[in-house]
Write a protein that binds this ligand. Structure first.
Ligand code: NDP
Length: 314
């Protein structure tokens, strides 16, 4: 084998709940998994604070700490965790090829994709400064912290509609900021929004600034038709303008939907290429929870193991 090249049975790409769970299962099945963490070791949970909905943590846990637990558990069974990015793949042959950013070639009998997704942000300086201090991209994760308080949600798609209706059960008033004069969300989700009394829809409205020093105290918005600006006093600011799955390197190889979510065969993690399995948010634009990602990571490792047995590789 040429220098700078190695052969592995199970290559796991990504280090969120899906990747580490796949690693735990693959390691315990003696597949000697090698896991590449990507640019953000631990994934999206490392940029959140309290996680209170992951079963087993009775008192909740901080996101970064939880991901340390995941990593340590994966390493305990022998997962080789590497802090680098896989930047290219070639899925032509039965042995799949992947390259790290520094140029190492890896030949893998199986690949588990767990590259996740990235929430889109508006790109405001104040939004970044107040991230986790009232600014969030996940109502299901953080809504509970704002119960009894006024909040705002940005976006006009299904996610925004869903987050607004979720928050409306916890908060007295939810301001939904839509940049056009219509929703992109499905009719049924729109109906839900219109039928929820404490959601106030602000049409043609864009956010100029999130107000507050150490925590969110309000937002300054502009009506893009009348150019009128105003302030809304809110404690929570939820950005729900979509996610981008981190699947760029698999384009052209794997079947995906319009947005780039990988579309495995229903009920499995099998992609259109034998030996390549997709798990976590890279293939899920509906649930997007740590626990569901972990579940599909487990499925991917089991699918990979079965594939290796069928092919007589292990
Ligand atoms: P979408 O891309 O569907 O919608 C994004 C929304 O955010 C749009 O209304 C868009 O406005 C708005 N937006 C984008 N950028 C900005 C910006 N900079 N400032 C203000 N607003 C902005 O993303 P979703 O996450 O809502 O949905 C993604 C996919 O997941 C969809 O296919 C959806 O149907 C699906 N989904 C399904 C659910 C379900 O079935 N329960 C739940 C959640 C998602 P504009 O319309 O003007 O472009």
């Amino acid at each position: 084998m040429a220098e700078g090249m190695e052969h592995v049975r199970c290559l796991i790409i990504g280090s969120g709940p899906a990747g580490y769970t796949a690693a735990i299962y693959a390691a315990r099945a003696n597949l000697n998994p090698v896991l590449y963490t990507g640019e953000q070791p631990g994934g999206q949970l490392t940029i959140t604070t309290d996680v209170e909905n992951y079963p087993g943590y009775t008192d909740g846990i901080m996101g970064p700490e939880m991901m340390e637990h995941f990593r340590k558990q994966a390493e305990r069974f022998g997962t080789d965790v590497r802090y680098e990015l896989i930047s290219k793949v070639d899925l032509t042959g039965p042995v799949h090829k992947a390259w790290t950013e520094s140029g190492t070639e890896i030949q893998a009998d199986t690949i588990v994709i767990a590259t996740g997704a990235t929430a889109k942000w508006l790109g405001l300086e104040s939004e970044e400064r107040l991230a986790n201090k009232g600014v969030s991209a996940c109502a299901v994760c953080d809504g509970f912290f704002f119960r009894g308080q006024e909040v705002a949600v940005v976006g006009g798609g299904d996610t925004a509609a869903e987050e607004a209706t979720y928050l409306a059960k916890l908060c007295p008033k939810v301001h939904l900021l839509v940049r056009r004069d219509e929703f992109r969300a499905s009719k049924i989700m729109q109906e839900r929004v219109f039928n929820t009394e404490n959601i106030i829809v602000h049409w043609n409205t864009e956010t100029l600034e999130v107000l507050g020093e150490d925590e969110v105290e309000g937002i300054r918005v502009i009506n893009n038709k009348t150019k009128e600006t105003s302030e809304i006093p809110v404690k929570g600011f939820f950005v729900a303008i979509g996610h981008q799955p981190n699947t760029e390197i698999f384009k052209g190889w794997l079947d995906m939907d319009q947005t780039g979510y990988i579309t495995p065969a229903p009920g499995t993690t099998k992609t259109n290429i034998e030996g390549v399995f997709a798990s976590g948010d890279a293939q899920d634009n509906v649930y997007r929870q740590a626990v569901t990602a972990a579940g599909t990571g487990c499925m991917a490792a089991l699918d990979a193991e079965r594939y290796l047995v069928e092919k007589g590789i292990v």
